[in-house]
Design a protein around this ligand. Structure first.
Ligand SMILES: *[C@@H]1O[C@H](CO)[C@@H](O)[C@H](O)[C@H]1NC(C)=O
Ligand SMILES: *[C@@H]1O[C@H](CO)[C@@H](O)[C@H](O)[C@H]1NC(C)=O
Ligand SMILES: *[C@@H]1O[C@H](CO)[C@@H](O)[C@H](O)[C@H]1NC(C)=O
Ligand SMILES: *[C@@H]1O[C@H](CO)[C@@H](O)[C@H](O)[C@H]1NC(C)=O
Ligand SMILES: CC(=O)N[C@H]1CO[C@H](CO)[C@@H](O)[C@@H]1O
Length: 311
């Protein structure tokens, strides 16, 4: 009896809400599966001259994933390293190489299709979970804008976005911009909803609750093993489109915008995808804790706990 009395209260490890997409890299996933886009990620958005495993890798037990979903048991996932270098020039099918950007992004997919997943993941009210840690061996240059998590419908807008660095401006403003060193969560109209200082060696845990019918957003946040808590109210996001037009691929990774090149024509200076200054350095971020859930049974906040949908 005494034994029972002193046992700690063990939390329930299962996530209660239906998980629609689980992007927590299984321990069995290998870099070879990244090359072939086998598994939870489509890895096509990268430099055209190298395989995906040149730009991204699975970290096994070398960098523990966010403790939020991995604290009370052996990790259920491995962290992912996503990097860019000067060869990270994406060539969209049939279009001009994007010499203005450097980018490596993973896209959520299920059964080899992102579109089929989008239709399920982007209906009703769903919550997008992602944890981010800086890669201290490959620091970002925060004079640039980095778009690191977003949902992109066909019109190229973002339903929401997580950004770090100095927002691109033409002409270039004073650098680094205010809050360049913080993560920013933006709505579809690019209003900043939430700012989180970026600290080394910490997991920054974000969750974005999206109501796809009423077009609202709410943001939850925590660091390391602290439970997620709402950091905004439910906010309107009415510039986003309704229905299939408003659905798009769920991206995470490193998309680095250029700085304006004073030597370019004014038309080219405004063409961020194809022109501008890039240093060509190797830079990266670490990801874990990626999944999408329905809110029918609440929002998972970590350590086995859920809270009701943010109202
Ligand atoms: C990409 O991977 C394939 C299959 O392993 C290999 O044959 C090819 O040489 C690799 N390409 C580069 C650029 O390393
Ligand atoms: C980076 O790549 C661009 C485009 O291919 C090239 O013009 C530039 O010289 C390269 N920069 C470095 C530092 O290698
Ligand atoms: C993927 O396939 C499984 C097994 O057939 C199915 O249960 C699941 O709904 C599919 N997911 C999507 C997004 O199509
Ligand atoms: C969504 O909007 C409908 C009416 O447009 C309203 O009845 C409902 O309460 C709203 N739901 C939320 C979660 O705001
Ligand atoms: C936070 C916020 O209110 N964001 C925007 C959501 O969409 C509407 C469009 O109607 C904007 O006016 C809001 O600023």
């Amino acid at each position: 009896m005494i034994f029972l009395a002193i046992l700690p209260c063990l939390p329930i490890l299962a996530i209660a809400t239906p998980v629609i997409y689980d992007g927590r890299a299984p321990l069995s996933l290998t870099d070879a599966s990244l090359d072939t886009s086998t598994g939870p990620y489509l890895t096509a958005v990268k430099g055209s001259t190298q395989n995906a495993s040149h730009y991204s890798s699975l970290l096994g037990d070398s960098v523990p994933p966010t403790p939020l979903w991995n604290k009370y048991s052996s990790p259920i996932e491995q962290s992912i390293s996503i990097t860019i270098d000067n060869s990270s020039v994406f060539v969209p099918g049939g279009a001009a190489p994007q010499f203005g950007f450097r980018r490596t992004e993973f896209i959520a997919q299920a059964n080899g299709s992102s579109a089929a997943l989008d239709a399920i993941m982007e209906a009703g009210t769903t919550v997008f979970h992602v944890s981010i840690q800086v890669d201290e061996t490959r620091p970002l240059n925060l004079d640039h804008e980095y778009q690191i998590v977003f949902i992109e419908p066909d019109d190229g807008t973002h339903v929401f976005e997580i950004q770090i660095g100095s927002p691109f401006t033409n002409p270039t403003g004073s650098l680094p911009a205010q809050n360049a060193h913080s993560f920013k969560v933006l709505d579809h109209a690019l209003n900043v909803l939430f700012i989180a200082p970026c600290s080394p060696a910490k997991w920054h845990n974000f969750a974005i609750q999206v109501d796809w019918n009423n077009r609202t957003l709410a943001v939850l946040y925590s660091e390391d093993d602290a439970q997620l808590a709402a950091v905004t109210k439910v906010l309107p996001n009415l510039t986003a489109s309704l229905g299939a037009t408003g659905q798009g691929d769920f991206h995470f990774g490193v998309l680095k915008l250029p700085l304006v090149n004073p030597a370019d024509s004014s038309a080219n200076q405004a063409d961020v995808a194809h022109f501008g200054i890039q240093e060509g350095t190797t830079e990266g971020l670490l990801y874990s804790g990626i999944f999408v859930e329905q809110v029918t049974e609440g929002v998972s906040v970590g350590n086995g706990h859920t809270i009701p949908q943010i109202q």
